[in-house]
Design a protein around this ligand. Structure first.
Ligand code: HPA
Length: 248
């Protein structure tokens, strides 16, 4: 099957709105089952695939997601371009709640996650070039699509991937800021690296749900209600961006 584009939905995005002729695929891979059935369907006369990263009922915490199975399932169905939609906390002053960011760099702070396809018996040892972790092509297409859809997207930024599921301490975020991180999330890695191992073009669309710990200029505590409201507002902007991307 030729799939023009696949989306991995994060917190707040569990199905793709407007998908025509949806078909559910219960895929099992050599690496196990993905988080949910992959749903394929048509959008703007193009075939797309959707996968809910945390499961359709949000039952998987970031460190329990089988990232290998997710990426392998999309690959096996024919996806060669994948956009990961990720909820994040904003560190940089212009990355306030509801901002949408297309990061161009990442730093991996996760630990203990299975992070490569290369650790199985008989697999070739790959040392992928990961100096630019996201596809420049796909990022440029997403940026142009957002402009056509008149949706503000911040181009560039460094995504720091933490282990979670807890949020960070103020000191951890302060260290991440010193390291050069602009955003913090729990699911950006190893997803991006696994996609690169399979030669998939991968980009991250980061939706800012809250100020990262200690970054709120009004010093408010992070509340779950607020996070969900901000995330819902940012998530509503994703379908028009994707529609504009597919129209080209
Ligand atoms: N930290 C880590 N991951 C997140 C955050 C955060 O503040 N917000 C949404 N995902």
């Amino acid at each position: 099957m030729k799939i023009d584009l696949a989306l991995i939905g994060g917190t707040g995005l569990y199905a793709f709105p407007g998908l025509e002729e949806p078909r559910r695929h219960e895929v099992t891979t050599r690496w196990g089952a993905p988080s949910a059935p992959v749903v394929t369907g048509m959008l703007k006369d193009r075939r797309v695939a959707f996968l809910a990263r945390h499961g359709e009922g949000h039952t998987l915490t970031p460190h329990r997601i089988n990232y290998r199975a997710n990426i392998a399932a999309l690959y096996e169905l024919g996806a060669r371009r994948v956009i990961g939609v990720n909820a994040v906390g904003g560190i940089r002053a212009d990355m306030a709640p509801r901002a949408i960011v297309l990061p161009d760099q990442l730093i991996d702070y996760t630990s203990g996650r299975v992070s490569s396809f290369c650790d199985a018996e008989g697999e070739a040892v790959l040392h992928i070039d990961f100096s630019e972790p996201y596809s420049a092509n796909l990022r440029a297409e997403l940026l142009a699509a957002a402009q056509r859809a008149r949706i503000a997207v911040i181009a560039g930024g460094c995504y720091g991937a933490t282990q979670g599921p807890r949020l960070e301490t103020n000191a951890e975020i302060e260290r991440m800021r010193r390291d050069g991180c602009h955003l913090v999330g729990m699911t950006g890695m190893p997803e991006a690296a696994l996609a690169r191992e399979l030669g998939i073009e991968y980009a991250c669309l980061a939706l800012v749900a809250n100020w990262a710990a200690g970054c709120d200029p009004h010093a408010a505590q992070i509340s779950m209600e607020e996070i969900h409201a901000h995330l819902a507002a940012a998530t509503a902007q994703v379908p028009p961006i994707i529609a504009a991307l597919l129209e080209t």
